[in-house]
Structures are given as C-alpha cells and as structure tokens.
Design a protein around this ligand. Structure first.
Ligand SMILES: Cc1ncc(COP(=O)(O)O)c(C=O)c1O
Length: 426
C-alpha cells in the first residue's frame, strides 16, 4: 500500500496542480502516472528486469555509465517532470494567486522528507545543500573559549575547515580524529573518537559515509557515546540520504545534513537539515528572511527562511521522496550494497593487485567505492575511463571513485570493471 506521503503526493500531481494548461513536455506521462507504472512492477520476481525498468526512468545519455553519485546524480523523469512543469507554470503566471499552491507542495515535501528519514516534519528544514546545512550548524552554536569540537579528519571541508574558521573567530578549539586506514571492525572506528571526548567537548561532528574513503562510520554508537556525555552529535549524511534507510530518531543525532542531488536523485540545489526538536531553540539561524517570526514558531522552518526560493525545486523534493517510497528504501539500500560489492569483486577478479581505499568489510562501507592501481595514475584512469569507455567517475588521490546506483544493472557494473582493467592493461 502506498504510504500517506506518496498517496497525497500522487493525488496532488494527478489532481491538476501541475496540469493547469501547461504546455506539454516531450516526456511521456505525468509524474503520478510514471510512479504508478513503476509501482506496478515492484512486486515482480525478476529483480534484474525490475532494475532495468528503474533505469529507464533516468534519461541518461545512452551508453554512459554515470557513476559519480558521491558528487552529483541524475534525476528520474518524475522529478524532472515536476521541476519542468512547475517552473513553466511559474513562468506562465508568477502572481501570488498562482503561486499560492506552493505552500501546500512545500508542506508535502517536508512531510515526505520527514517520513523518509524517520523524523517529525517540524524537525526538517529544506535547505539548498549539505554545505548550507553544515554551515548552519557550525555557525549557529554558542561556542567560545574553553569549548572543544571533535571532528573526523575525513569530514568534508564544510564540516571541517568551516569549524576551523569559526573557531578562529570565537576562540574554541577543534580536535581532528584520524581512524585506521584499513579498519576491520566497527570498534576500530569508534575507539579513536571515544578517546578524544573529554570534559570540554561540546560537539562531536561526523560523516555518515566518507566521500574520500567510502568508510561508513557506526554513527548510532558514536551518537550514543556523545549523548551519554552531554555532547551534541552532528552527522553529515551527504552520502546516505537516498542510499541507506535512515531513522534519525533511532540514530540519536542532534543534527543531520544532506543534499537532494546526490543519492536521493532529487532536484539540484536542494538539501535537508534535521534538527532534533529539543535543539531547535538552541541553534541560531544563519539567515533571517521575510517571515522569520512566523518561521520560528514552526520548528526547523526557522532554518529554511532563505528568501525567495525555487518553488518548483522545493516541491520536487516531495516527488523524489515519493519515488523512493515507490521502490522502497530497503530495496534501494540492498541494491546499492549489492552493486558496490559486485564492483569490488569484479575489479579483484580482473586485477589481483588492485588496491582499495574503501574497506572490504561490507559493514564498514555503503555505496562509495575508491580504488587505485600501481600501474596507472588516478587522473589518467579517471580521464581514460570517460574518454575511451564512457564511464564517469571521480578522481580521488592516487585512484578513482566509482559509485553505482539504482540506474545501473549488474551488466553495467561488470562493464565498468572491465573498462578499468582495460585502462590498466595499457
Ligand atoms: C560528505 C559530504 N559533505 C558535504 C558535501 C557537499 O555537498 P553539496 O555540495 O551538495 O553541499 C559533500 C559533497 O561531495 C560530501 O561528500
């Protein structure tokens, strides 16, 4: 059965909100119709046939294997449809009257996101990306001399250098924790952080899955360790929204940030900031816009009071949540893990001397796979994969990062591994 969010969203899309005399697009079917068609296949037994159907929802250039999820993902047609139709709708009639509907669409998007991440709608701010969410937390806490923030040295600059900049201004200290390069157990990842926590620590700021190593931190355990000591826990989930099942209440973090345009395959320049209810009053807003007094009465909305928004983009966050609901996040997570494991196994089969930055232990990684080979420089491999084999990844130090997603088949992953072997061979 469709969840309330998906049902409500499909109802709105089918009920004319997007259909008000809009010029038709070249896309086939409304977002609602496309999602319903996909839902009809969810129960089918042939798993690979199902994923081929999912792949068809993504209008990626034929033959291109787009494996750069850790940076930017393509969106499926329902999301593109929502963005396109609603953008045209606003451009056809930008009156307050015509744009009145966006209030409801924004509420539905917020509800859909909240349900998707196991939070209350009042705890969700719709931001523009992870960077903005991270900086809202970094800049919004009342820290000063004598206070300490403990971070992971693998955090993204927006959750790493941003703390240094703030510390320089306010006089608190930042301690960077390093974890083992090739961890074998989650205890090896927990222990260095626990050792760093002390009576001065006010914040433990982590990354759920690292974009530079692919390591998945045991964030639930680490948040519990922080909470036991009265320390705030912040989790950057840029690499996990849309890739893993998230239950933020269960995770126990105080703040969680992510982007729509990565694994969530949502609209570009949109994101999510979760602030646990008890912490909303204690976190200062980074930006005060029109209507702030009202926003403050609505929980985390105080953090997305950012002036005129791209309403079509915000509404499409709801479509992206409904898209994930349609497939089922557990099925998506299992698929992403299966594809990452398949990629690792295929690379090992072709290239026995390949080296992995990403841990080989399945529990310590998710969708991000980073590897290198002694016979080829990372930049060369990255470029030749794209230019000669139509495989788009990312350069990562001495190696390359590839992230297969739900728009890849097992054959696609095998092809990517063969392409790597081909480049290494000469
Ligand atoms: C862990 C992490 N945090 C934050 C970001 C920044 O994301 P955005 O540019 O969407 O704000 C990234 C981007 O790769 C990331 O991997």
């Amino acid at each position: 059965m469709a969840s309330p969010n998906r049902r409500e969203f499909l109802g709105l899309l089918a009920g004319g909100v997007t259909a008000t005399a809009l010029p038709s697009t070249s896309m086939d079917g409304t977002p609602a119709a496309r999602l319903e068609r996909l839902a009809g296949f969810v129960s089918q037994d042939d798993d690979e046939a199902f994923w081929r159907l999912v792949k068809r929802e993504f209008p990626i250039r034929p033959n291109l294997l787009m494996m750069n999820c850790a940076n930017l993902c393509p969106s499926p047609l329902p999301v593109i449809d929502t963005v396109t139709r609603l953008t045209r709708d606003v451009d056809a009639d930008a009156s307050f009257q015509n744009r009145g509907k966006f209030g409801e669409l924004r509420t539905l998007a917020r509800n859909g996101l909240a349900q998707h991440v196991g939070a209350d709608p009042g705890e969700i701010a719709i931001t523009r990306n992870t960077s903005e969410g991270n900086n809202t937390v970094v800049n919004g806490l009342g820290l000063g001399p004598g206070d300490e923030v403990v971070i992971w040295d693998q955090n993204h600059p927006t959750n790493n250098a941003s703390w240094d900049v703030r510390a320089e201004r306010l006089g608190f200290t930042v301690t960077k924790v390093a974890t083992p390069r090739s961890p074998r157990t989650s205890d090896e990842l927990v222990e260095p952080f626990v050792r760093a926590l002390n009576a001065n620590t006010r914040v433990l700021s982590l990354t759920h899955v690292s974009n530079v190593s692919g390591i998945q931190l045991p964030v639930k355990t680490l948040c519990a360790e922080a909470r036991r000591r009265g320390i705030l826990a912040m989790v950057d989930g840029a690499q996990t929204l849309g890739a893993l099942r998230l239950d933020l209440h269960d995770m126990g973090c105080d703040f969680f940030t992510s982007s729509s345009h990565k694994w969530f395959v949502g609209p570009k320049e949109a994101g999510l900031l979760y602030v646990r209810t008890e912490r909303i009053g204690k976190l200062w807003a980074n930006n005060v816009g029109v209507g702030y007094a009202g926003a403050v009465r609505n929980g985390a909305q105080k953090f997305d009071n950012l002036g005129q928004r791209d309403d079509a983009c915000v509404a499409a966050m709801g479509t992206a949540a409904a898209f994930h609901d349609t497939i089922g996040i557990d099925r998506i997570e299992a698929r992403i893990r299966r594809l990452a494991t398949r990629l690792i196994e295929q690379l090992q089969a072709h290239l026995p001397d390949i080296e992995f930055t990403t841990p080989l232990v399945p529990e310590l990684r998710a969708g991000v796979v980073i590897f290198s080979h002694p016979r080829v420089a990372g930049g060369t491999l990255f470029n030749r994969l794209y230019e000669e084999h139509d495989v788009a990844g990312a350069p990562r130090g001495a190696g390359v990062r590839l992230c297969p997603h739900i728009y890849h088949t097992l054959d696609d992953v095998d092809r990517a591994a063969r392409a790597v072997a081909d480049v290494v061979a000469g």
